[in-house]
Design a binder for this molecule. Structure first.
Ligand SMILES: Cc1ncc(C[n+]2csc(CCOP(=O)(O)OP(=O)(O)O)c2C)c(N)n1
Ligand SMILES: [Mg+2]
Length: 545
């Protein structure tokens, strides 16, 4: 006699075998068997207030750890609510898996409860998307999803789990269990010859720059890039913002880019963020190297650049960076003049930012906020910074240190910061977590203060409250004129009181002198805190030298 397990048990135990610890979820009829099955495992179900939160948390987990984060939502509307957040993970090249409950297979085409073509819905915002077919192989579905999510260009993967498969009992000798190795990638590495050709091109260039993709924006990716930069004496920069080369994080980067004679795309798509390496932002003679996990993106670079593409190679970015770093010692050496100059440009900020202040009584200039916040971020190397939203967050991105940082990324989607903060705190409870966001942005997931309070996940949200969706307001001002600004105003609402009502801590700040005390009290509260700072509506910074 063998013992039978439910499909739900197979999924839960497979997740455990594959190293998953937390499942970010929101309950629903189609997945209650999975909640039940989780009781027989060590899986921690972190349940939240909106399905998009579950996805954002899995996304943050993926970016910070490099392991696939796992979100679990119910079918139909739960799945539909999760979809928007997948777009953020896709843009950020974040490894994560969305498991969605799904109408039973026997209901399909017969008007089943919450029946909708879920795999089709998720397909455009996922690396892969399918509906599981058999109960016995559900574990293999999960392992395959994790493998795809973490290999090549990382990204979100979706699998729908029909409720009848989750409830079906399978004899244990018929179950196909995944192996931990099922999760690993198999893309080839750079050959020594190609690596040396890349290094020779870098050595021969006068002003080379390495553009890395968002997949290298996590803590280990940044550390790897720092080693690659030191070994090749070539500035290595992550292009992870929808503002691309004009990201305020990167100081006067645009001025450097215009002078570059070689750009090495390291897992970075030749896309709008790189302005396709053409136009007035680039030297018309600039040459390119494309090292990318996707053959289609290497081809795109080849078609666009023609003869000016020196090397194009399908390879995993992380492995390529390691190989280049290791072989650089034997390669011809550059002097470090260009790197020194480049770093100075990347670090440059206008002197005026040291003293600039708002002239409006009861309002702070964003620079006043971040001058005060900066030392708090520098106190602990493990601190996680999250920047989300429009103009206020852009000031934060340009004035705060970039070590462990999550931004909403290439997708340009606002609203993920509170879920990101929860995931970051869960990952390392000892690390301080700060989220910088706008008053429009906080509305998307403000209910997660309740989740954070319930789960004991303290963080400090520093909210720039200018009572408007300023990023869009600024477009109206610029493009259509002062008299045509409408549809973007908000109330100067007491988001601090909302946080307190949901079990967190709230602070209201209207004078710069009160900000340090408010941050101290927020940290000391040991609760998820909202420091609601009344700010002036200022356009995002543009840094030029
Ligand atoms: C999901 C999503 N919806 C809308 C937008 C467009 N958008 C970008 S920034 C922004 C304004 C953000 O307002 P707020 O959070 O108050 O920041 P502020 O610009 O005022 O500092 C909007 C609406 C977007 N990027 N993503
Ligand atoms: Mg605002």
């Amino acid at each position: 006699m063998t013992q039978a397990l439910r499909g739900a048990d197979i999924v839960a135990r497979s997740l455990e075998r594959l190293g998953c610890k937390h499942v970010f979820t929101l309950s629903g009829n189609h997945i209650m068997s999975l909640f039940d099955a989780a009781l027989e495992t060590k899986l921690d179900l972190v349940h939240v207030r909106h399905e998009a939160t579950a996805v954002h948390m899995a996304d943050a987990w993926g970016r910070l750890t490099g392991e696939a984060g796992v979100a679990l939502v119910t079918g139909g509307p739960g799945h539909a609510n999760a979809i928007g957040a997948l777009f953020t993970a896709l843009g950020a090249e974040s490894p994560m898996v969305l498991l969605s409950g799904h109408a039973a297979t026997w209901e399909l085409g017969r008007g089943g409860f919450q029946e909708i073509r879920q795999a089709d819905m998720a397909a455009p915002v996922a690396k892969a998307s399918w509906t599981a077919k058999f109960a016995a192989t559900l574990g293999r579905d999960v392992a395959e999803a994790m493998r795809i999510a973490t290999s090549g260009r990382p990204g979100p993967v979706h699998v729908s789990l029909p409720s009848d498969l989750l409830e079906e009992r399978v004899e244990s000798n018929a179950i196909v269990w995944p192996d931990a190795r099922d999760g690993s990638s198999s893309l080839p590495n750079l050959t020594a010859a190609v690596a040396d050709a890349v290094l020779a091109a870098i050595a021969a260039a006068a002003r080379p720059i390495i553009f890395a993709g968002p997949q290298l924006s996590g803590p280990s990716g940044r550390a790897l890039l720092a080693r690659l930069e030191a070994a090749t004496k070539t500035p290595a920069v992550v292009i992870e913002s929808p503002r691309g080369i004009a990201d305020a994080t990167l100081g006067a980067f645009s001025d450097l880019v215009r002078r570059a004679d070689l750009i090495v795309l390291l897992g970075k798509a030749l896309d709008f963020t790189t302005r396709w390496a053409s136009g007035s932002a680039f030297d018309p003679a600039v040459r390119l190297i494309s090292l990318d996990p996707e053959p289609a993106l290497v081809d795109r670079a080849a078609r666009k650049m023609g003869e000016r593409l020196l090397v194009g190679c399908t390879v995993e970015a992380r492995k390529a960076a390691e190989t280049l770093t290791a072989r650089a010692a034997q390669a011809p050496q550059r002097d470090d003049g260009w790197l020194t100059e480049a770093r100075a440009a990347l670090d440059s900020r206008p002197d005026a930012w040291r003293t600039i202040a708002s002239s409006m009584p009861g309002r702070l200039h964003p620079a006043e906020v971040f001058r005060v916040l900066r030392p708090y971020l520098e106190r602990d190397d493990d601190t996680v910074l999250i920047c989300d939203g429009g103009e206020f967050a852009q000031w934060g991105q340009s004035m705060l240190p970039v070590r462990r940082r999550l931004i909403n990324g290439v997708a340009g989607s606002i609203g993920s910061s509170l879920p990101f903060a929860l995931a970051a705190k869960l990952m390392n409870p000892a690390a301080p977590v700060f989220a910088v966001l706008g008053d429009g942005t906080i509305g998307f997931h403000i209910a997660e203060f309740e989740t954070a309070a319930r789960r004991g996940l303290p963080f400090v949200a520093v909210l720039g409250n200018d009572a408007r969706w300023n990023a869009e307001s600024q477009i109206q001002l610029r493009e259509y004129g002062k008299d045509r600004m409408h549809g973007c105003e908000l109330l100067p609402a007491r988001y601090d009181q909302v946080a307190a009502a949901l079990g967190g801590h709230g602070e209201l700040v209207a004078r710069a002198a009160d900000l340090p005390g408010a941050i101290e009290r927020a940290l000391a509260s040991g609760k998820p805190a909202c420091v609601n700072v009344m700010t002036e509506s200022i356009a995002a910074p543009v840094i030029r030298r």
